[in-house]
Design a protein around this ligand. Structure first.
Ligand SMILES: [Zn+2]
Ligand SMILES: [Zn+2]
Length: 358
């Protein structure tokens, strides 16, 4: 089968023929219908993370069970969304209600299959979903209703679960609270959508690119602001001089975390959703930390349990109460995925989604 493979750090990805093993006990082979290109896929290539290569990219996808290994429950033909942090349900975090911190999911890549020339292959976050097929543990496949648009359902597996969970589970945004979102990629736009659904107001969308204005307003923002010298002043003008109750950092850079910190009111909360680099240090004044009484915390995979929350989001997608069309900038065939990585790196559009013919 064909997959988007990267051969090393900072190498260009290319579509290659690869071989996957047949599903073993407790495993499924899933035929991919749609797979989003996420910023974390760039992190697998640009040195932010250190996976093993050659590596199949992709971790945000919807597909259909094509083959069920021994001892599995899901029937062939079941539509599923892939979960890149399947909970073991037995480690300390799983037993204490924090399955998103499961200790079984710490590796950026796992060995699976081989390239056409027989080189051992690895897959991103245990999935490698920018491919015609994946072989995954059954617990990495969450069943969803049939008939959902695959290019929207795919986003439930990363951007939407992360963005929604950051708002609902991590920050617990209440009706009428003010929100600022910095960085309007797929996750930032999903945070806007979730903030709107949570009844937040105003919802201030912030990006360095004016081109994100229309996307932001379509996704649920009440205002769009450019990230420049006047930003803090403009945010205060929209919040009676205080700053927002909640700021969400969806970039993964120390400068954006500091900006989020400055936009937040005394006693408010900054939620870091973006994954930054290990050498990018955030400096905050000790007096400011004390005096501002702000909370700074991160949201990993939306502090969510995908087994419980993906079906709820899928149902909302099915009944029309969740509209993810604004998040999908376009669909493209697998062969065009390398070019879409360039667009993502330049911050163009929202989510680019690779779709596969039926
Ligand atoms: Zn992702
Ligand atoms: Zn666990």
């Amino acid at each position: 089968m064909r997959a988007l493979v990267v051969r090393g750090r900072n190498a260009t990805s290319a579509v290659e023929e690869v071989r996957l093993p047949a599903p073993g006990p407790g495993e499924l082979r899933v035929r991919i219908r749609a797979a989003g290109i996420c910023h974390s896929d760039l992190s697998m290539v640009d040195g932010t993370l250190a996976p093993a290569y050659p590596l199949v990219l992709g971790h945000e996808a919807a597909g259909v069970v094509a083959e069920a290994g021994p001892g599995t429950r899901l029937a062939v033909g079941t539509p599923v969304v892939l979960n890149w942090a399947p909970a073991c349900r037995s480690c300390w975090h799983c037993r204490h209600g924090e399955p998103w911190l499961c200790t079984a999911n710490t590796a950026p890549a796992l060995p699976r299959g081989e390239t056409a020339d027989g080189t051992p292959l690895h897959v991103t976050l245990g999935l490698g979903a920018l491919a015609e097929e994946v072989v995954v543990p059954e617990r990495a496949a969450v069943p969803i209703p049939a008939g959902l648009p695959p290019e929207q359902a795919a986003l439930l597996g990363c951007a939407v679960l992360t963005g929604t969970g950051a708002v609902r589970n991590t920050a617990r945004v209440a009706v009428g609270e003010s929100v600022a979102v910095i960085g309007l990629g797929g996750v930032g736009l999903a945070v806007l959508t979730a903030a709107r659904r949570a009844g937040a107001a105003p919802i201030l969308a912030v990006d360095v690119a004016e081109a994100k204005r229309e996307l932001a307003l379509a996704a649920g923002a009440t205002d769009f602001m450019l990230s420049d010298d006047r930003l803090a002043k403009e945010v205060r003008a929209r919040t009676e001089g205080r700053g927002v109750d909640h700021a969400f950092e969806c970039v993964g850079r120390s400068a954006a975390i500091r900006a989020a910190w400055r936009l937040t009111r005394r006693g408010g909360a900054v939620t870091v959703v973006g994954m930054g680099g290990k050498d990018d240090l955030v400096s905050l004044a000790a007096l400011d930390i004390f005096h501002s009484a702000r909370t700074l915390r991160s949201s990993v995979y939306g502090s969510s349990d995908p087994d419980r929350e993906v079906p709820v989001l899928a149902a909302a997608l099915g009944d029309g109460t969740l509209d993810l069309r604004p998040l999908v900038s376009g669909t493209l065939p697998l062969d065009e995925a390398p070019a879409a990585f360039g667009r993502l790196a330049r911050g163009e559009g929202a989510r680019w989604v690779v779709t596969f013919p039926d």
